[in-house]
Write a protein that binds this ligand. Structure first.
Ligand SMILES: *[C@@H]1O[C@H](CO)[C@@H](O)[C@H](O)[C@H]1NC(C)=O
Ligand SMILES: *[C@@H]1O[C@H](CO)[C@@H](O)[C@H](O)[C@H]1NC(C)=O
Ligand SMILES: *[C@@H]1O[C@H](CO)[C@@H](O)[C@H](O)[C@H]1NC(C)=O
Length: 212
């Protein structure tokens, strides 16, 4: 396999050192931003109006909060495909074998966890932090982050509702217990009829009003 120069940052790459500058090419970063965050994240000139159309970006659709080695290798495969002359995706393309390519890249990441952490941290920053801070008009990734916040708020709101419901139920129980106590002390009231017949009378009165 010819070693893929498109994955390297030319400025920092040192010949003969496999990992130096690997996964740091601007092209790979743009591919990743495009795939995970949508077109406006990868290209600042991208028309504003089309942002909200089409499929939501992956980060949003799958609620992705961190970039993994597998994400990165997936994007590297797609980037390789973009650069090839192949009209459609193939697992094999001349001397290029997709599985070998992916395996060797994963291997390079997993065999040096320091390198893997550094690389993935850098991508997390590109995807989630930098864009969030720097892009004053907001990117699709910012939208994704806002969505996550909204979901968290929603979860908190649900919890508040549940708490309120429990509190209400407790008050009802307490009221029932009090009523039961009152029933015990005033058994005569109970024989004269409960709340239901009274409600019925009110209902009749209302429907008569309605008819007239
Ligand atoms: C994108 O939106 C910003 C702010 O609304 C505007 O200034 C800019 O001209 C727009 N760009 C395009 C390409 O429409
Ligand atoms: C890589 O990151 C993980 C999770 O943040 C951490 O547990 C692990 O110790 C790190 N490994 C190295 C070699 O830095
Ligand atoms: C692992 O990666 C780190 C960071 O890129 C590098 O400094 C270190 O020399 C590498 N270790 C080995 C054994 O290649």
């Amino acid at each position: 396999m010819r070693w893929p120069s498109f994955l390297y940052d030319e400025k920092t790459h040192v010949k003969g050192k496999m990992r130096t500058g690997l996964f740091r090419s601007r092209f790979l970063l743009q591919c990743l931003l495009l795939i995970f965050c949508g077109p406006s994240a990868a290209d600042n000139d991208y028309e504003n109006g089309t942002q909200s159309q089409g499929t939501p970006p992956l980060v949003q659709r799958h609620n992705i909060k961190t970039i993994t080695a597998e994400h990165l290798v997936y994007v590297a495969c797609l980037a390789r495909f973009l650069l090839s002359s192949a009209p459609r995706w193939k697992d094999r393309d001349g001397p290029w074998v997709g599985k070998e390519f992916a395996d060797s890249l994963l291997h390079l990441l997993y065999r040096n966890t320091t390198f893997m952490n550094e690389t993935l941290d850098w991508y997390d920053k590109q995807v989630f932090k930098n864009r969030f801070d720097e892009d004053e008009y907001g990117s699709d990734c910012e939208a994704a982050m806002l969505l996550v916040e909204e979901e968290e708020e929603h979860a908190q709101e649900e919890q508040r509702k549940l708490d309120a419901h429990i509190a209400r139920e407790k008050r009802k129980e307490a009221a029932k217990a009090r009523a039961a106590q009152e029933d015990d002390t005033l058994p005569v009231d109970d024989e004269q009829g409960g709340a239901l017949p009274v409600d019925g009378e009110q209902g009749d009165a209302l429907s008569q009003d309605g008819d007239s």
